[in-house]
Design a protein around this ligand. Structure first.
Ligand code: SF4
Length: 342
């Protein structure tokens, strides 16, 4: 029997890209565990990847194309050969292209269980065909735009640095379920004395694992950030030296935007009481190294990009970027962690 251990990486669409150690016996994966030497994920895998060898070799996996034979939704399919499936698809497409042109075909796929190569491999084919083009992801473009509006191409901070923070804010992210390494780093910071906040629109399991949970109205996160900026500026808690040296456009923010964003006004939008907003602003501004870990849920409204843009002003206002453990991170794509500032 030939047994070997292979280093690999989780193929799921997840920013963490966990390192794996895969035991292989006679060409068959027999166990999958976390790689303790991976610098970021350090051996911790989520439930989806623990025992992935069972998923890979599951008898329930599809091994042949299926043709629907019943009504849509009835779940009635019959297996067909690859030749039959390919010729059926090609005949349909030829007919479609002859009658309406290739742009009548709209390829829709995103990530899922694939790496960067497989994920993009079909693009050349559809480009050559002349099919319609689509912004594939429904996940992060708004977040990306909001981040870039403030940060440009500056990468996010390495989330592992949050261990050095004294105030960690998990904003719009159920980290206990979807960002287990961020949760681990946040808990490490907490053991060292940091306070943990969660800001969300409903009570997630993460809310039960932090010191304070703030529940805002859906779409109201940006209003909360603006009101916090208003209080920070009103109470002269800005890091003027950092702003003067590193920030463009802060004067326009304070003179043209913030005057309309008093806590009294924004409380109606975000749903938090004025005194809570004021307390959040003061504690955020007075923290030594406040860290914001942004999720994606808060970007899935019409104001999603602007919400991220607004929240991204907070670390600049208090100079958090200049302090180890301070600033913010918003891991965007599979493997994005490797690009983070450290
Ligand atoms: S946390 Fe993400 S990268 Fe890690 S095992 Fe789970 S899905 Fe894969």
């Amino acid at each position: 029997m030939t047994v070997s251990t292979i280093r690999s990486v989780c193929p799921y669409d997840c920013p963490d890209a966990c390192g794996l150690l895969v035991s292989v016996e006679n060409g068959r994966a027999t166990s999958v565990v976390g790689d303790p030497d991976h610098p970021v994920t350090r051996g911790l895998l989520c439930a989806k990847m623990n025992h992935y060898e069972q998923t890979v070799h599951s008898p329930h996996r599809l091994t042949t194309p299926l043709r629907r034979v019943g009504k849509k939704g009835a779940g009635e399919f019959k297996p067909v050969s690859w030749d039959e499936a390919i010729s059926s698809i090609c005949n349909n497409w030829r007919r479609l292209i002859a009658s309406h042109g290739a742009e009548a075909i709209l390829p829709y796929s995103y990530a899922g269980t694939m790496g960067l190569v497989q994920r993009n491999a079909g693009h050349a084919f559809f480009n050559k065909l002349g099919a319609s083009r689509l912004e594939r992801t429904i996940c992060s473009p708004a977040k990306d735009s909001g981040w870039k509006a403030i940060m440009g191409e500056t990468p996010a901070m390495n989330p592992a640095e949050m261990e050095q923070s004294d105030l960690v804010i998990l904003w719009g992210i159920n980290a206990a379920a979807t960002s287990i390494h961020a949760m681990r780093d946040a808990q490490t910071a907490r053991k060292r004395g940091a306070r943990l906040w969660a800001i969300d629109t409903y009570r997630t399991p993460t809310c039960d694992a932090v010191d304070d949970a703030f529940l805002v109205r859906p779409g109201g996160d940006g209003a909360l950030a603006l009101a916090m900026l208003y209080v920070i500026e009103r109470e002269q808690l800005l890091d003027q030296a950092f702003i003067a040296a590193n920030v463009l456009g802060f004067e326009e923010l304070t003179t043209e935007v913030l005057p309309d964003c008093s806590p009294e006004r924004m409380a109606v939008v975000c749903g938090l009481p004025v005194e809570v907003i004021e307390r959040m602003a003061r504690e955020y501004a007075k923290a030594e190294a406040p860290f914001i870990r942004l999720g994606s849920g808060l970007t899935r409204y019409g104001n999603g990009a602007m919400t991220v843009r607004t929240i991204s002003c907070l670390p600049a206002a208090v100079g958090a970027w200049g302090k180890p453990g301070g600033a913010s991170s918003s891991a965007l794509r599979p493997g994005e962690l490797s690009r983070c500032r450290s």
